[in-house]
Design a protein. Sequence first.
Length: 553
Amino acid sequence: MKKYTLLSLIACVALLLNSCNSYMDLTPTNSQSDKMLFADSSYTELAVNRFYHFFDAMGQFDVGQSSVGLTEGMTETLKYGCTTLNTHMWFANQIAYAEDGLPASTAAFFLGSWDLLYGYISQVNIAIRNINKYAAYDEATKTRLLAECRLFRGWLYFEILKRSKQCILRTEDLDNTYKYNMPLSSEADCWQYVYDELEFAATNLPETSSTGRLTKYAAYGLLSRAMLYAERWQDAYDAAYAVIKSDNYSLTADYKTAWSKTAAQGNTESIIEYQYNLSGVTHSFDLNFSPGGDAGVVTGALGTPTQEMVEMYEKTNGTEVDWSEWDNATTAATTATPPYDELEPRFAETIIYNGCTWKGRTMNITTDASSTDGYIAWKEKPQTGGKTTTGYFLRKLVDESHDMSSNDRATSPWIALRYAEVLLNASEAAYHINGKEADARNYMNQVRARVNLPQRSYSGTALLAAIQHERKVELAYEGQLYWDMRRWKLSAAAYTGTRVHGLKIDRIGGVLNYTYVDCDGQDRYFPEKLYQIPMPEDELQNNTAVQQFEAWR
């Protein structure tokens, strides 16, 4: 997707509106400003461009997905190490432990994003209403702009549904759908609405775009994701297959390119991307997650990968690693070197481990006083100071070329949708369709082939488990796992009565000693009611037509 400097676009729209009100309209009204803005296609483009920022806001570099920070912090894959009450610190642990029984207000605030998403939907609805009302340009341009808007609206409603299962369907009919008292629509009707919006977008958007705007395959890719949550397997499969058969995308030869580069830089699997630049919009992901020894890092390493995540990786020959030597080293350390160099390529591209190379230096992730990165025990201090509580640091999504001593703001892109996910969406959907197990294996194995892993020939429930495992590894730290586990209904078992762990490394007499450490100090708990995130208090107080979901009453 071509870069959009969104702050500049917003400024342009604001200037236009201000100029209309100040100089052209002697009786200023909103409708006059709207007419001036939406009658001209170039100004309408600017207004619609603002919506591309939603991909940034709901991505891994912002906190729209979750006010805790990365949702992986509530899974077995990432541990937030600071105990200070804040985003990217304690909040994820608060949810993971279900502190105070996890009241509805807490769950809604940290996970619901209800008000944020409805605010975005309101902006899109206004644009759709005004395009239909004021557009004075050709029908093809009008249809394309409406299709872009409806893609955003369908995707935003999906974001609500994946959390809360039901929603209030507010549309561009502003007079009738923006009354305070509106009931929830049924779950089936809500999913049908999402389907209709994204299908309209797919039907009316172009196949390609030289300017980086949304295409029909962006709509189909998002539709394949949404229909997995709806458990409409044929719809999910058909949408994914539309992307696959287009031949517009392919898996990159280098796994790292799939999430660190833009399409213009050679990322052949980028379907939706959001770009940043130092003169416009930037992000602070590197500042939050880089090892503390990196130049310019003040805090860093707020969340770090766990031993549980490390143990998800297979050997390069596709066999499992026997980690018992290290998992049993809880009181007596082992001097055996972990088999990091035997693990498949995605491990080293995702996780920084002791002895690997990062930014031109060999990582020393030990308790040594000489270690500039180092280890800190869970709850030893309220802030980790850039040290790891798990013995690892996050590599994926952190820009290794970024010199934070020059500028701590980051500009690496956010790939909101990529081809590997579409293949895995097709694989999972095919598994649930009678007679399509071969397709399920094929699409999963295509993802494995990229990193030279052997092909799997599983069937039945073993195949489903393999598909789920492949998603965990391939899409690690891309914001999918927490929501996948919820829709698979695996969270309550996987995240109740469990803890995450790391490896503490001591250097004794020149020999490295590895100790398996508890990084939680208490059991995690995922209540069944969290499969449906509650509505916020504001909605309940202002809308007498709804009441809180039954599980939260």
